[in-house]
Design a protein around this ligand. Structure first.
Ligand code: ADP
Ligand code: MG
Length: 379
């Protein structure tokens, strides 16, 4: 059982503000992903939970205990990093067991009178075997790290974390050194493992796809602030601002600058009819209705012929600049006057480079952002 809480956490490195008042409540057994661009403060936030950085102000809780002054080694956490640094001269068994041999461990956590003690060799072997079985590497225990693939090495690093049976796993870009295919595979394994072990986990990555697929919830970070914390569906379908909308999703959301005129979103090249409720929200909430940004995901723009929601669709005539076939769908980069955007359309499309085609926008799926604050005005 472990909840993790960060309350009003601020972290400064000399004058530089790196975490600007972070708040998050992580439930027992939950996997929360900290995601954001490089340098936004993800690792620092995790290191504050680990006890590897001291917070400048605010509180870090594990369960109901404030751990601000508890040293990292006493926080009952296990970390896995991108550079997993196995001991090259030790075999897999000894690498996994290393952390168990070196320290005293509270063996029976449910017994209030239990005190930490060194494990007996057969207890260590039992834990190593169990971890190796969970990770599907029982036949690799005699090997040295250099005799393992990247994925196998990463499993051994995970094994070291698992045998500790910690309250919390902290993982900082643990899959970044692996090639794309193996990364996707390990991601699935990791998710399975985390559910199986039921250990509260914070996972740091700059990769939004990893965040979407792994997280029970995603904490999307920029410039030392959690911009939005929510389920993958929430941050994808209801992004609170232009940053989250643009960061989550690939290919990225299109942003078109324009102004409101009645129920219409008007650009210099074309106009689109907004659903009435959306127009009302823009009028009510916009700093200036003449400075707004329409956000639309490429998959919500379709070749007119294949449009799913003709009732809510608006069409725009565009020229095809780029056409890429992904098998499952076709990616088009298009332009109209000097405005460019991307669409992901049905493979049945007849569109070819240089063609003039009609694209249909599903207006029930678009967002309008404030031109100044960049807040989503329409959720
Ligand atoms: P991320 O993990 O999101 O890429 P980090 O948390 O590593 O970002 O870093 C956030 C910011 O804090 C960066 O600008 C980085 O240079 C700065 N930073 C991190 N650690 C230190 C440190 N020990 N001293 C000074 N600045 C640091
Ligand atoms: Mg980092």
């Amino acid at each position: 059982m472990a909840q993790v809480k960060m309350k009003n956490v601020v972290k400064q490195f000399s004058e530089k503000l790196v975490l600007d008042n972070i708040n998050i409540d992580i439930a027992d057994k939950e996997l929360v992903v900290f995601v954001g661009p490089s340098g936004c403060g993800k690792s620092t936030a995790m290191r504050c939970v680990a006890g590897l950085e001291e917070v400048t102000s605010g509180m870090v809780y594990i369960d109901d205990d404030v751990v601000n002054t508890v040293p990292a080694k006493d926080r009952d956490i296990a970390m896995v990093f991108q550079n997993y640094a196995l001991y090259p001269h030790m075999n897999v068994r000894d690498n996994i067991a290393f952390g168990l041999k070196a320290r005293k461990i509270l063996v029976d956590k449910d017994d209030p009178k239990a005190v930490p003690r060194k494990l007996r060799p057969e207890e260590i072997e039992d834990k190593v075997q169990r971890a190796a079985n969970i990770l599907k590497i029982p036949d690799l225990l005699e090997r040295k790290p250099k005799e393992l693939s990247g994925g196998q090495q990463q499993r051994v690093a995970m094994g070291r974390a698992i045998v500790r049976e910690p309250k919390v796993f902290l993982m900082d870009e643990p899959l970044s050194n692996l090639d794309a295919k193996l990364r996707a595979h390990m991601r699935t394994e990791l998710k399975r493992l985390q559910i199986e072990l039921g250990v509260t986990t914070i996972y740091v990555t700059h990769d939004q796809a990893e965040a979407m697929t792994l997280g029970d919830r995603i904490a999307c970070m920029n410039e030392g602030i959690f911009q939005q914390i929510g389920t993958p569906e929430e941050v994808y379908d209801k992004p609170v601002n232009k940053f989250v909308a643009g960061f989550i999703g690939s290919p990225a959301m299109n942003f078109l600058e324009g102004k409101l005129d009645g129920d219409k979103f008007v650009t210099p090249a074309f106009s689109l009819n907004l659903p009435e409720s959306m127009a009302v929200k823009v009028v009510k909430n916009a700093t200036n209705p003449s400075e707004i940004i329409l956000g639309v995901r490429p998959e919500d723009i379709e070749d007119r012929e294949f449009a799913l929601n003709p009732s809510t669709a608006n069409t725009v005539s565009v020229e095809v600049m780029v056409r890429e076939n992904y098998g499952s769908d076709i990616f088009l980069a298009v332009s109209v006057d000097s405005i460019e955007f991307n669409a992901r359309v049905n493979t049945g499309t007849k569109a070819r480079i240089g063609d003039q085609i009609e694209l249909a926008f599903d207006m029930s799926r678009v967002h309008i952002f404030d031109g100044k604050s960049e807040k989503n005005l329409t959720i």
